[in-house]
Design a protein around this ligand. Structure first.
Ligand code: UT7
Length: 328
């Protein structure tokens, strides 16, 4: 009997309507469209307009996935949410999404792995399916980065955007679904990309509420060096491990942090640009949201049996790659 795999059987994404363009940012900080496009590839990003929460977006993802698959939210066993900007410190955004979407038979939790949040949740959800315990697991990646970015800091506010997307995982015994993964972490990089205040080490109080440490801090140049090397290395590693050449890979689904990092990863994998999913120009870096938002946007182009390599690098540091065969 063939091994039981966890296969993606539906995908949906949600981005806020409000567009924040590079021109808008020129009015807020000392930057310009030419600098942002040439250094990052980003032209605009979406941000929430006040009131819209991650659980609102996540519950829409769950409801749409169920509609597409023709199932009731009551059939969902589990919802895992990769995020660093959940609605609250607790309860988990997963719990709130279960309630708002009507997935009231499901349990779940939030998982914190910054920009690697989606690949970490995907591999976590995969384990519950492969163990045979659950039949329908939804894994979501989403962040409302506008809630933790300072719009006075040009180093970070030009990069990030808001967005949320997710996939349904179901058992597959045709050899489709998640085939392999390599996940890594190195906490010694923690100070280079961090929201320092707001946790138990440095609670927010009246003295630090407006301090730069209360918002996202990134040492861009150092993170770039780690990201460009590690995302390319781990993608090459998973290809080698599975005897895949550039010709065998149909799609690279990279985390959208910087177009230069994406290009370097694709070059290392010997992929032509038409095999690389890129939407950074529209959405910027939505942290956990980038990879499932790409899957959602490219869904109509994907064919059953396509070989996909997902690759991410993020705060922690966390990084990794997933090799999967598209199942529908
Ligand atoms: O998603 C999780 C992982 N994160 C990443 O992978 C992000 C990795 N890092 C990057 O993508 C890039 O480092 C950035 C896009 C963040 C920055 O690009 P960079 O080419 O590394 O620029 P830099 O930080 O070295 O700054 C170059 C110059 C500096 O001026 P000086 O010191 O050369 O005079 C900055 O002050 O550009 C200046 N600068 C800006 N200028 C205009 C920094 N931010 C801006 C800005 N507009 N927004």
């Amino acid at each position: 009997m063939k091994k039981l795999n966890a296969a993606i059987t539906a995908v949906h994404g949600v981005v806020p309507e409000k567009v924040l363009s590079n021109k808008d940012l020129e009015q807020m900080v000392d930057t310009n469209d030419e600098w942002i496009v040439s250094r990052t590839g980003i032209k605009e990003r979406r941000i929430v307009n006040g009131g819209e929460t991650l659980s609102d977006m996540g519950s829409e993802v769950v409801k749409e996935i169920c509609k597409k698959r023709g199932i009731s939210p009551l059939e969902i066993d589990m919802i895992i949410v990769g995020t660093v900007t959940g609605d609250h410190r607790f309860p988990s955004t997963s719990n709130i999404i279960c309630d708002k979407s009507g997935a009231t038979n499901a349990w779940g939790f939030d998982l914190s792995a910054a920009c690697s949040g989606f690949i970490y949740t995907l591999v976590t959800g995969q384990q519950f399916i492969e163990a045979g315990k659950y039949k329908k697991v939804i894994v979501i990646g989403g962040d409302i980065m506008s809630s933790i970015v300072s719009y006075k800091d040009r180093n970070t506010c030009i990069i990030f955007g808001d967005g949320c997307a997710g996939v349904l995982l179901e058992p597959n015994n045709e050899g489709l679904g998640v085939i392999d993964s390599i996940l890594k972490a190195d906490g010694s990089g923690r100070d280079l990309l961090i929201q320092k205040n707001g946790g138990s080490a440095f609670p927010i109080n009246k003295n630090n509420v407006e301090h730069p440490d209360t918002f996202v801090y990134q040492e861009g140049r150092s993170v770039f060096k780690f990201a460009v090397t590690n995302m390319a290395d781990v993608s090459a590693e998973i290809m080698k491990k599975n005897s895949l050449s550039g010709d065998d890979v149909d799609w690279l689904v990279p985390h959208q942090a910087n177009l230069r990092i994406i290009d370097a990863t694709a070059n290392r994998m010997n992929l032509t640009s038409d095999k690389v999913m890129i939407n950074i120009e529209k959405y910027g870096n939505t942290t956990s949201g980038t990879i499932p938002l790409c899957l959602w946007e490219w869904e109509s182009k994907l064919k059953k049996g396509d070989n996909l390599i997902l690759a991410a690098f993020g705060g922690g540091f966390t990084w990794g790659s997933v090799y999967l065969k598209w199942a529908y």
